[in-house]
Design a protein around this ligand. Structure first.
Ligand code: DGL
Length: 264
């Protein structure tokens, strides 16, 4: 069976890395929309059209389940995708609910970072309204971060000052958790960890997404008989980008492994 992972660019590789660890007996097809990345600065209608074009290509190649490994694409298109295609589809949304629950005892605030488009969609407002009874959630778009990630810019000398300037308006003593609500952002989890006060937790939705994928695969009886192979595709068919995807997947997989090892 082949699980399709889709994102505007490299971000979804942070989810794929988690899936390769937890579900190594599946095969994967990863599609990046290199013709239109970044999605965060496009309109709702544009992104919807791009997502359908990309998923159509993935369907033509043959996938048995789909992970929309992009918060922006999910908030705009996941319902329409489910109505259109007859296969299990897992979407992503900023991990606001677990963050609010984890933070309840501390009385501190939650800072949700994501693309501007995600943060201005009705789906996000509905999510916050549903789970944020105490009014403790603040939202911060980080539009430049997707661009940095797409250029494999992980140099702390560049990234620490960037995050410092974005976080300068916030009194970090008031916050207990930062949510990484865009799949490009977990590439910067280690840099953020190194500069944030230790009381602030960093949460993303990747592990939860893979848990939902696993449950769905079980429910649909899509047995894992693959070998963890990854086929890389991009909408513009740029050979250099295919290399970049391999580099980015190796980078994030290494960090994920180091993080898991340090927990054990
Ligand atoms: N990685 C995407 C997300 O999770 C979108 C980034 C973008 O293309 O702006 O929202």
């Amino acid at each position: 069976m082949t699980i399709g992972f889709f994102d505007s660019g490299l971000g979804g590789l942070s989810v794929l890395a988690e899936s390769l660890r937890k579900l190594p007996d599946q095969d994967y097809l990863y599609m990046a929309d290199t013709l239109h990345v970044p999605y965060g600065s496009k309109t709702n209608a544009e992104v919807k059209e791009y997502v359908f074009q990309a998923v159509e290509r993935m369907m033509a190649e043959g996938i048995d389940a789909l992970v929309v490994a992009c918060n922006t694409a999910t908030s705009i298109a996941v319902e329409d995708l489910r109505a259109m295609y007859d296969l299990p589809i897992v979407g992503m949304e900023p991990a606001v609910k677990p963050a609010v629950e984890m933070n309840r005892a501390t009385g501190k605030r939650v800072l949700v970072t994501a693309t501007l488009l995600t943060l201005t969609m009705p789906r996000y407002y509905a999510l916050v309204n549903r789970v944020d009874e105490g009014g403790i959630v603040d939202s911060l778009p980080l539009p430049e971060l997707v661009h940095y990630c797409e250029n494999l810019q992980f140099d702390p000398d560049v990234m620490v000052p960037y995050f410092q300037s974005k976080l300068a308006p916030y009194n970090l003593d008031d916050y207990g958790i930062i949510v990484l609500g865009c799949t490009h952002y977990p590439f910067y989890a280690d840099i953020l960890r190194s500069m944030l006060p230790p009381h602030i937790g960093i949460v993303d939705g990747n592990a939860g997404t893979v848990r939902r994928l696993s449950a769905l695969l079980n429910r649909f009886g899509i047995a894992g008989s693959g070998s963890g192979s990854v086929t890389f595709r991009c909408m513009g068919n740029e050979p250099a980008y295919l290399d970049k995807m391999q580099t980015a997947l190796a980078f994030i997989s290494e960090r994920l492994e180091a993080r898991e090892n340090s927990k054990n």
